[in-house]
Design a protein around this ligand. Structure first.
Ligand SMILES: CC(C)(COP(=O)(O)OP(=O)(O)OC[C@H]1O[C@@H](n2cnc3c(N)ncnc32)[C@H](O)[C@@H]1OP(=O)(O)O)[C@@H](O)C(=O)NCCC(=O)NCCS
Length: 190
């Protein structure tokens, strides 16, 4: 093992890493990556990559959105299969938390994603099924995360109702980064 690998992964942040990040994320997310590309292209989203000896082994796309408080959303995150269960996901998420400097942090996932649930649970996030939340809270958080294909939101910080007490930028985000991208993907598919 070369010395840089022995030292473990380092996480770098910056939009210049977008293509490297998309290479990794594409293995898990396919067409859904259009949402990741759009949020970065619009200047709202940012990119984190985990590098081991200079090789990208994990990646995340994240953004910060103003609701009643500032919410940092872990939008897309993945670690290459052969490097999983070694703490890389944790390093990515905690590095992004420090970069975001937000009041609250969120990620959405499906109920059957044991790895994502363990990752966010181990870092102090609390999981809520969308149907557990009251309508207004659910509506604001769905728009703010574009989490329509997922069943759950993991949140760290204030309670969901407090985070979503004001719609803030969620409506604009939901329209521009979620609905319009969805339309584009749909048109490309027909
Ligand atoms: C989710 C994912 C990013 C986790 O990355 P990772 O580098 O393997 O995660 P870590 O090694 O940092 O593990 C963090 C914690 O989750 C646990 N964990 C990770 N994968 C797990 C699994 N498949 N089952 C149960 N626990 C798991 C680890 O044991 C660790 O817990 P601990 O700190 O209490 O020991 C990775 O599995 C992945 O890329 N999945 C595909 C894409 C995806 O689902 N992204 C998340 C969508 S929200």
């Amino acid at each position: 093992m070369v010395e840089a690998e022995a030292q473990g992964p380092v996480v770098e942040i910056g939009r210049r890493y977008l293509e490297k990040a998309l290479d990794i994320l594409a293995r898990e997310y396919g067409r859904a990556l259009e949402y990741a590309r759009a949020v970065v292209a619009d200047g709202l989203g940012d990119v984190a990559v985990a590098l081991l000896g200079g090789r990208p082994i994990g990646a995340e796309i994240f953004y910060k959105i103003r609701l009643a408080v500032d919410l940092c959303v872990h939008y897309y995150v993945a670690v290459l299969r052969e490097y999983r269960r070694r703490g890389v996901g944790k390093i990515l998420i905690t590095t992004v938390e420090r970069a975001c400097k937000s009041d609250a942090y969120a990620a959405t996932t499906t109920e059957d994603n044991a790895a994502a649930k363990a990752l966010f649970g181990s870092l102090g996030y609390v999981g809520y099924r969308w149907r557990e939340l009251d309508k207004k809270t659910r509506d604001v958080l769905l728009r703010a995360t574009c989490g329509y294909d997922d069943d759950m939101i993991f949140l760290k910080g204030p309670a969901p109702r407090e985070v979503a007490a004001e719609v803030g930028d969620a409506e604009r985000f939901g329209h521009r980064e979620c609905y319009l991208v969805w339309l584009g993907v749909r048109r490309a598919d027909v």
